[in-house]
Design a protein around this ligand. Structure first.
Ligand code: LRH
Ligand code: MN
Length: 424
């Protein structure tokens, strides 16, 4: 199923007068409105292939129907999202969940929908049915060299698939860790992981990157070998210039100051990118900006400040990606909401009066510094996000158009209510 451009234009037409009024209002207030709209139009967020079906927990999974049954249908769904918001022009695949049978056909389908392939993800946190050795006690950190070798070969195979799809990055998340004190020699586990990653690093094409994702717990509940930004940064620094640290917002213990971590990784040139989501408790993988939108704004405030300090291009210099799973929402709507929340936080961060903030910081004028930040945060930038979408052929209000065009009902007619587990 595809969403035709003329249908989006029809819906935009119904909303254009109201939108024009709202846009002119904020453009009158915001002196850099045009620059903000231009940056927003260029800003795309990658969609994870594993978030197009209904997620679930160990307690149950409640599918909504019409979900993708193949890699082709996953790409079609990202095509629907991108047609509506013109801000999701790439898909991130997970191997072996998304092994392309015919890479050139898959690339052609994606290109036809204006899509390309972002980072490819390896998976040594599950045992595949035809696998020789188990990852029960880990993969790259495993005490048994043969298991580490198997995991290294898997990552090199993932790079092979990525090259066929013109991807430029390998994203590595390891569930490796321990459940009980005494189970693991932490130093040996770290050394094994480093040596294994060095073999993978050596197999990277010259223009590729490797992104090292950290996570404090789950599925291991005493230690995780790459458990926090320090451990990931240490590995990425020892590996070399092609390696950097991936920040999944849900992979932080309660009370962690994520925006401070982001500012330091950026300062060091070791920030790979993001897995955006939101959470109240653990790795809840909820809709971006649904629980703590102020934290998301503060993260983008550090990103804009840090990227401008290094002269980095906002849209292309690091990996922007969502990593969420949907237990009760329509997956496509959830992803449309997440992209919207990210673009709103980015727009608010672009409104921060940086010179005034720096002056307030220089004078330790704490209250004024907060006023400057919250003035930007409390600005309703949605008309800027809508204008940016409209100017590049998207919908003024993507979710409203998704509903008024009854996309899910059509997908259910096409694919049926029954769904196939496609990932987590
Ligand atoms: C681990 C994680 C990782 C993915 C997986 C789907 O929690 O965030 O990024 O491989 O989710
Ligand atoms: Mn993640």
């Amino acid at each position: 199923m595809q969403v035709e451009k003329y249908k989006i234009d029809e819906e935009n037409h119904k909303q254009s007068a109201a939108h024009q009024r709202r846009f002119e209002n904020i453009a009158a207030d915001v002196q850099n409105a045009e620059q903000v709209v231009t940056k927003l139009s260029a800003f795309n967020i990658a969609i994870p292939s594993w978030a197009l079906g209904t997620g679930g927990t160990r307690f149950g999974r409640f599918s909504g129907g019409g979900e993708p049954r193949s890699l082709e249908e996953k790409i079609e769904d990202v095509g629907i999202i991108h047609a509506l918001n013109k801000s999701s022009n790439s898909i991130s695949l997970h191997i072996p969940w998304d092994i392309p049978d015919n890479a050139s056909a898959i690339k052609a389908l994606a290109a036809q929908l204006g899509l390309h392939f972002d980072a490819v993800n390896s998976n040594t946190f599950q045992d595949q049915k035809d696998q020789q050795l188990s990852y029960k006690f880990g993969s790259l950190h495993h005490v048994d060299k043969a298991v580490r070798k198997q995991a290294v070969e898997h990552n090199i195979e993932v790079i092979k698939y990525g090259k066929q799809l013109d991807s430029k990055a390998l994203s590595v998340w390891l569930s490796d860790g321990s459940n009980f004190p005494g189970q693991l020699n932490f130093r040996q586990a770290f050394q094994n992981t480093l040596e294994s990653l060095q073999e993978i690093y050596a197999a990277l094409p010259d223009d590729w990157k490797v992104w090292v994702e950290y996570k404090p717990y789950e599925p291991n509940f005493y230690s995780t070998t790459i458990g926090d930004w320090g451990q990931s940064y240490l590995l990425a620094s020892k590996l070399g210039a092609k390696a950097s640290t991936l920040v999944d917002l849900g992979h932080h213990l309660q009370g962690t100051n994520i925006e401070q971590i982001v500012s330091l990784l950026l300062m060091e040139g070791k920030l790979a990118g993001f897995h955006f989501n939101d959470s109240k408790y653990g790795d809840d993988d909820l809709t971006v900006g649904s629980i703590n939108p102020y934290q998301l704004f503060l993260i983008f405030n550090e990103l804009v400040e840090g990227m401008d300090a290094r002269g980095m291009d906002h849209a292309t210099s690091i990996g922007w990606m969502i990593d969420a799973s949907h237990n009760v929402k329509d997956p496509v709507e959830d992803l449309l909401q997440s992209v919207q929340a990210i673009k709103i936080a980015y727009a608010q961060a672009l409104l921060v009066d940086k010179p005034a903030l720096q002056a307030a910081q220089a004078n330790n004028d704490v209250a004024l510094a907060q006023e400057i930040l919250q003035t930007a945060y409390r600005t309703d930038v949605r008309p800027l996000v809508s204008e940016a979408s409209l100017r590049v052929g998207g919908a003024i209000n993507p979710i409203e158009v998704y509903r008024s065009l009854q996309v899910r009902d059509n997908l259910i007619k096409e694919r049926g209510l029954k769904t196939v587990a496609t990932g987590l």
